[in-house]
Design a protein around this ligand. Structure first.
Ligand SMILES: Nc1nc2c(c(=O)[nH]1)N[C@H]1C(S)=C(S)[C@@H](COP(=O)(O)OP(=O)(O)OC[C@H]3O[C@@H](n4cnc5c(=O)[nH]c(N)nc54)[C@H](O)[C@@H]3O)O[C@H]1N2
Ligand SMILES: Nc1nc2c(c(=O)[nH]1)N[C@H]1C(S)=C(S)[C@@H](COP(=O)(O)OP(=O)(O)OC[C@H]3O[C@@H](n4cnc5c(=O)[nH]c(N)nc54)[C@H](O)[C@@H]3O)O[C@H]1N2
Ligand code: SF4
Ligand SMILES: [Mo]
Length: 749
């Protein structure tokens, strides 16, 4: 029988509602859900490819173990028991920190994994924790923590009401938005223009977003910090600073004025690549706009000086009165309030409480930056990493010096991956624990609902019942946690407690946890309970949980949410300050000491030598980091793993369209076809990441054929950001040469 199921696409951050027509397990069509109050029918080509994931013959459906004869299927009990035992034994011999963990991007899109990840981390008690955070949004989190007191309290552009939207280092038309959940971003940008507002883009490439913008300015990669300092300088010099309502809770305005006083536009213009007048005009336009939102993303946070740049963007919003006002940047009020719930455990953020063994890099939020992951495995001595757990990640392709990590993973005593593909990273595992696929589990987005441009909430059940013998991510993680804790328990009482917790989690399930979170949230009825929990500590949660779940049903509950298969719109963003601040005094200090020091260490701007090529990344609407290349419908057509280069540079280097070029850094070389295009700033080349699938043992039939090269094989891990040591993935100095002889097999484009 033909059926219709409503779901939420979880491939990127936009949370588009989809309508799936299916006959049992067979998917007949995937369309946008017109009745989803948030996405209103919008989808991108990736949603349609969800069926390819669902039916993909390469997707693992049972645990596998590596043997001399290749991968063999094993039972869940065997897989979980052996994994826990080996991790435990290695920690017994080599210490807690001998096991490293890495959580990848899709972890954030899987509520079950998010709920069970912390207990698992706690069970391992290793300081060797890593995630895609340090290749992505760490600078935003650091700034949110320092300014607003909570690392997950992000100011979100109020796109639907702004008059002036300045996008720095983001390309939402390709990425569909990030730390800004905004389905149909194109439609929403057009709406800004229609109501007389302006969209302005600052990017070294005339991107898809730049092309529809009212203004686009090229910027030299890695120089945003100078541009932002100059904008702030103009605001002070021309008396355009007007924080408005927030002035009463602001500290450090005078310090800020002093700090930027020397950064006149003339001082930075040549380095940044923008005339001083254009910089002044930007500052004046931001100040003059009735409501402006200034937004920065990956191009800024994974470039040089990302700590300072991310902070300055928030500061400029504050100085111009655009923080927490309609049409500016605002705080979302999510139904499942992960921000408040996170603060319950006292965990609002941390930095540099301890340092990494090999390079002495600072911890952030309990994690080390991925720039040291391979070296912690390769460098002998006390504390060397001997075992590795990866969850929903592919660090061999996504982290700098990928080829080094590729080798390091070969030399481990044990590795386990929780993933449904045998990819460039998981091929090194001893055991792979595959969770259910995107349509086999329910979908709820505690993170992305909390950064959405409207207050929205939605829960969608799985399309199909969990296949026989399959486990969800949360069941796998909980299974490992329980086993690890059991192995460590010294007495009967502890063992009984472990069993009770395990029963609690399994009985509650991911649904129960969502229900609990909704009831405790601002639209539920559990606000008072939340206060109690805050006072009494999280350990009282299991007791409190049952009480809340059996209690009143007036506010929002999962049951009510399930009755609305298209989701519920909870209205536009609302001013939330100062109440929402997590700073001790509920005030905002514009210049926390960390930034003051960082600014003292900022090198003077210097123009780049004309022959120096700088490499940046590029995202494409039909791709998703490293893992959607096994869908024929997404990779078909012209190859996309190529080097975009300006025709002037190509001429100087004697490179023609489609020629193979060799791109090199001290870390290595890759060879890929050139795509001549004047959308890129002269002196800059752009190469996408997440390719390079033709390695031995990778079991991705379609991806292997399109293969490409991994740009992270030549992005070194020693170029780190000065404050946080996080990865620098954009603005990499490279040498570009025509490959000798051979023409590329595939034409670029
Ligand atoms: N289709 C698709 N969507 C995705 C993803 C994907 O891989 N594919 N990935 C998802 C993930 S994990 C994330 S984090 C988000 C990222 O979302 P975005 O941040 O919007 O991602 P990008 O498209 O990489 O945009 C970064 C832009 O920064 C520019 N840039 C590079 N260097 C600099 C610089 O020094 N200064 C300035 N001003 N700009 C610079 C680049 O040219 C690029 O246009 O996208 C998510 N959505
Ligand atoms: N040069 C360069 N490097 C970059 C970037 C860049 O712009 N340029 N961007 C960086 C950014 S922003 C990010 S976020 C990282 C991403 O880097 P990673 O998170 O390391 O890599 P992904 O490609 O997202 O890998 C996702 C893996 O998760 C698996 N997976 C998918 N869904 C699930 C699930 O529900 N459960 C489980 N258990 N597994 C699942 C997939 O099979 C795949 O193997 O890359 C970073 N690397
Ligand atoms: S923009 Fe595309 S990938 Fe992102 S949620 Fe919507 S349909 Fe899915
Ligand atoms: Mo990301």
């Amino acid at each position: 029988m033909k059926q219709t199921h409503y779901h939420t696409c979880n491939l990127c951050e936009a949370m588009c509602g989809i309508e799936i027509e299916h006959r049992g397990d067979e998917i007949l069509a995937i369309r946008g859900d017109k009745d989803d109050p948030f996405s209103k029918g919008h989808i991108c080509p990736k949603a349609v490819a969800l069926q390819d994931l669902h039916h993909d013959p390469d997707r693992l459906r049972h645990p596998v173990k590596r043997t001399a004869d290749g991968w063999v299927p094993i039972s869940w009990d065997e897989a979980l028991d052996e994994t826990a035992r080996r991790l435990h034994n290695i920690q017994e011999v080599h210490g807690k920190d001998s096991v490293a963990l890495y959580f990848g991007n899709p972890t954030a899109h899987n509520h079950g994994a998010l709920f069970t990840l912390l207990p698992f981390v706690k069970a391992l008690r290793s300081r060797q924790r890593y995630s895609a955070t340090s290749a992505d949004q760490l600078p935003h989190m650091l700034a949110a923590w320092q300014l607003f007191g909570h690392q997950a309290l992000f100011p979100i552009p109020d796109v639907d009401r702004t008059d002036y939207f300045l996008i720095i280092g983001g390309n939402p038309l390709a990425s569909n938005g990030s730390i800004m959940t905004v389905p149909d971003v194109k439609g929403r940008l057009k709406a800004i223009q229609k109501r007389g507002g302006k969209v302005v883009v600052i990017d070294p490439r005339r991107t898809e977003t730049a092309k529809m913008a009212d203004e686009h300015h090229f910027v030299r990669p890695g120089t945003d910090v100078y541009l932002l300092l100059a904008i702030a300088q103009v605001l002070f010099e021309e008396l355009l600073v007007a924080p408005g309502r927030l002035d009463d809770i602001l500290d450090g305005k005078k310090d800020m004025a002093r700090l930027v006083a020397n950064w006149k536009p003339e001082k930075v213009a040549e380095t940044v690549g923008l005339p001083a007048d254009a910089i002044r005009k930007l500052a004046r336009d931001i100040a003059a706009a009735p409501r402006a939102a200034i937004y920065s993303r990956v191009g800024v946070t994974t470039s040089a000086h990302s700590t300072l740049s991310a902070w300055l963007v928030y500061v400029i919003n504050i100085l111009t009165g655009n923080l927490d006002r309609e049409g500016g940047v605002m705080f979302t009020k999510p139904a499942f309030d992960i921000v408040a719930l996170g603060a319950l455990s006292g965990d609002t953020g941390s930095f540099d409480r301890y340092r990494s063994r090999v390079h002495g890099y600072p911890e952030f939020g309990g994690e080390f930056p991925v720039t040291t992951l391979a070296d912690e495995m390769l460098t002998p001595g006390k504390g060397q990493v001997k075992a590795f757990v990866s969850h929903a990640g592919n660090p061999v392709l996504s982290c700098p010096d990928g080829q080094k990590l590729d080798q390091a993973l070969n030399n481990l005593d044990f590795m386990v991956s929780i993933d449904f593909y045998i990819n460039e990273t998981t091929r090194h595992a001893d055991i792979i624990l595959p969770p259910t696929g995107q349509l086999e589990h329910a979908q709820f987005d505690p993170i992305f609902q909390a950064v959405a441009v409207r207050n929205v909430v939605k829960f969608t059940p799985a399309l199909v019942a969990k296949p026989e013998g399959a486990l969800h991510d949360w069941e796998i993680l909980n299974g490992l946690t329980t086993r690890l804790n059991r192995l460590r328990a010294r007495d009967r009482k502890t063992r009984l407690q472990i069993a009770a917790t395990d029963r609690f989690v399994r009985r509650l399930g991911d649904r129960g946890l969502v229900d609990l979170g909704l009831r405790l949230g601002p639209y539920g009825t559990g606000g008072k309970v939340l206060d109690d929990l805050r006072r009494n500590g999280l350990h009282s949660l299991p007791k409190v949980a049952w009480k809340v779940l059996r209690g009143e049903r007036k506010g929002l509950t999962l049951k009510k949410l399930l009755a609305e298969p298209h989701g519920i719109d909870l209205g536009p963003l609302e001013p939330m300050l100062p109440e929402r601040l997590f700073t001790r005094d509920q005030r905002i200090n514009l210049v926390p000491a960390l930034y003051f020091r960082a600014l003292q260490g900022l090198p003077a701007p210097k123009p780049v030598a004309p022959e120096q090529m700088l490499m940046i990344g590029r995202r494409h609407i039909r791709s998703n980091n490293s893992w959607m290349h096994n869908s024929q419908r997404l990779v078909k057509g012209k190859g996309r793993c190529n080097a975009m280069i300006h025709p002037d540079d190509a001429k100087r280097l004697a490179v023609a369209e489609g020629d193979d070029v060799v791109v090199s850094t001290p870390s290595g070389t890759i060879t890929l076809p050139a795509w001549l295009c004047d959308d890129i700033m002269p002196g800059v080349i752009s190469v996408p990441h997440g390719w390079g699938h033709d390695r031995e043992g990778v079991q991705l039939g379609v991806a292997r054929k399109v293969a490409g090269q991994s740009v992270n094989d030549i992005i070194g891990s020693s170029r780190v950001e000065a404050v946080t040591a996080m990865a620098q993935l954009n603005g990499i100095p490279v040498t570009v040469e025509p490959a000798k002889g051979a023409k590329s097999r595939k034409k670029a484009g």
